[in-house]
Design a protein around this ligand. Structure first.
Ligand code: AMP
Ligand code: ZN
Length: 472
């Protein structure tokens, strides 16, 4: 069973489905105003590894991830470019889906957008007003009153002085994002302003648009109910976003909201925070232009422990490319012994193999998703196992176990490229003799020479016009 650190209780807890069958979880999705950067993808890839480990571990899942298609940033960017908001966000949503697919992330089961759920958000605001947790300001905006919710600050472990100040001063925050030192009543519904252009909707409090925090409460409530198993996002979302979400959800709907909070630590580039001004903000496309594959980025993002900052470097991408090639060669060597095709993710979810030499790697994954430790175990198994010495049955079983871990990490193995090896003259002579026998259609001689080569530790793979020799 998977054990995972929980931000709320600050302990490692087992990940459990309330109904014992299907783990229902919510991930905050992208704000679709530009291509997601590799920091965003760190979070999405780690969440994908989480889902894979849960599913391979025997639970079904219901994965909900929203699309933030209306907020301060999406409106500002679409206005700057003179493109209607919906058209603008659709383009970036498509790009996000393409990148997720390239990075081998399983699509969520439900992917609701904020604009398509205005009615649900209005209903939540009304409930909060009716229950005394929200109030309407002079300009027609509606704010959540944080002093009305005693547990405000529990998730972010806010300092009580900061908290008291925020509660008594009754300051208000009307931007979507703000820092911990501005604990304040936060906006649920923003009254229409000239800079919003056409992006407003009617409400009982006048025209306006929802605040960012509200959408996740509305969506999680609609698709997962008042209490669900787990909620996830990057660490930057702990405050204010998730703190506000808990307050809204619990005050409007009752229930516990999420029972487990899973946050992914940030990715840094060359030791620094990513920023446009430092010129160190990469998208997947930027890396592809530098000759790196999505598979290498997947390896880098999935292979780092999610509770430590990941220091991204281009040298790390090169190492990842080399590591993937080693894994691919091992898989290929097993495939040549075992025959047949590789088991798919779905096959492995349905029929969990005996893990044998790969059991320690699985144990590391179940221990707080310790992916670097898991990869360490995989490579040490690779050093010990000699595919050429396995029977076809043993090779097939080993391949299933190996693939189980590869699929848990969602790694994409490139087609194997044979290592350049020196072929001794006597082996080359046997191979040439066999090739000639093959061309002469002397199958008996060709087969016996192939067996002779195998005894000497070499395999011969026939192409259309030439052959390739590999050392077993
Ligand atoms: P956004 O599109 O800004 O709403 O962010 C999408 C997801 O990426 C959220 O879960 C963020 O917490 C996460 N995120 C943003 N920056 C980083 C980063 N540098 N490293 C890891 N995750 C990040
Ligand atoms: Zn959210």
């Amino acid at each position: 069973m998977l054990n995972l650190y929980d931000t709320l209780s600050r302990t490692q807890k087992s990940v459990e489905a309330m109904d014992g069958k299907s783990l229902r979880f919510y991930c905050c999705g992208p704000t679709v105003y530009a291509a997601a950067h590799i920091g965003n993808f760190r979070t999405f890839v780690v969440q994908d590894v989480f889902r894979r480990v849960v599913e391979l571990g025997g639970l079904r899942t219901k994965h909900v991830r929203n699309i933030t298609d209306v907020d301060d940033k999406t409106i500002r960017k679409s206005q700057e470019q003179g493109i209607p908001l919906v058209e603008y966000t659709q383009k970036w949503t498509q790009k996000f889906h393409d990148d997720c697919q390239a990075l081998n992330c399983l699509p969520p089961h439900v992917e609701p957008g904020a604009v398509a759920h205005i009615a649900e958000q209005l209903e939540l605001v009304q409930r909060l007003i009716d229950r005394g947790h929200a109030y309407c300001s002079e300009d027609g905006s509606v704010y959540f009153r944080i002093s009305s919710y005693a547990d405000y600050g529990r998730l972010a472990h806010l300092d009580s002085q900061q908290l008291d100040l925020g509660k008594t001063a009754q300051t208000r925050a009307d931007t979507d994002e703000y820092e911990k030192d501005s604990v304040a009543d936060f906006v649920l519904w923003k009254a229409r302003r000239p800079e919003d252009g056409d992006n407003f909707w009617p409400s009982p409090w006048g025209e306006g648009r929802p605040g960012w925090h509200l959408e996740c409460s509305a969506m999680s409530h609609k698709y997962l109910g008042d209490t669900f198993d787990l909620h996830s996002g990057g660490v930057d979302l702990v405050f204010p976003h998730h703190e506000n979400e808990i307050a809204q959800s619990r005050c409007a709907c009752g229930g516990e909201s999420a029972r487990h909070w899973f946050h992914v630590t940030h990715l840094l580039v060359d030791g620094a925070k990513m920023s446009k001004s430092l010129g160190n903000m990469y998208t997947l496309e930027d890396l592809q232009e530098r000759g790196f594959s999505p598979a290498a980025l997947r390896y880098v993002l999935a292979g780092a422990y999610y509770r430590r900052p990941l220091n991204f470097t281009l040298a790390g991408m090169k190492d990842a490319t080399g590591a993937l090639m080693k894994l691919s060669r091992f898989d290929d060597a097993l495939a040549r012994r075992a025959g047949g095709s590789a088991p798919t993710y779905r096959d492995l979810v349905k029929n969990r193999p005996e893990l044998g030499a790969f059991a320690p790697a699985w144990a590391s994954l179940e221990d707080d998703l310790n992916t670097p430790e898991a990869l360490g175990h995989v490579f040490s198994a690779l050093r010990r196992i000699k595919p050429a010495e396995l029977s076809p049955e043993e090779a097939a079983a080993t391949r299933r176990a190996f693939r189980f871990i590869i699929e848990a990490l969602g790694l994409l193995l490139p087609p194997p490229v044979e290592e350049e090896v020196e072929v001794p003259a006597d082996i080359r002579a046997l191979a040439e003799e066999r090739w000639a026998a093959r061309l002469a259609k002397d199958w008996a001689l060709a087969d016996s020479l192939r067996s002779r080569l195998a005894e000497l530790g070499w395999s011969m793979k026939d192409g259309r016009d030439s052959y390739q020799l590999t050392k077993n």
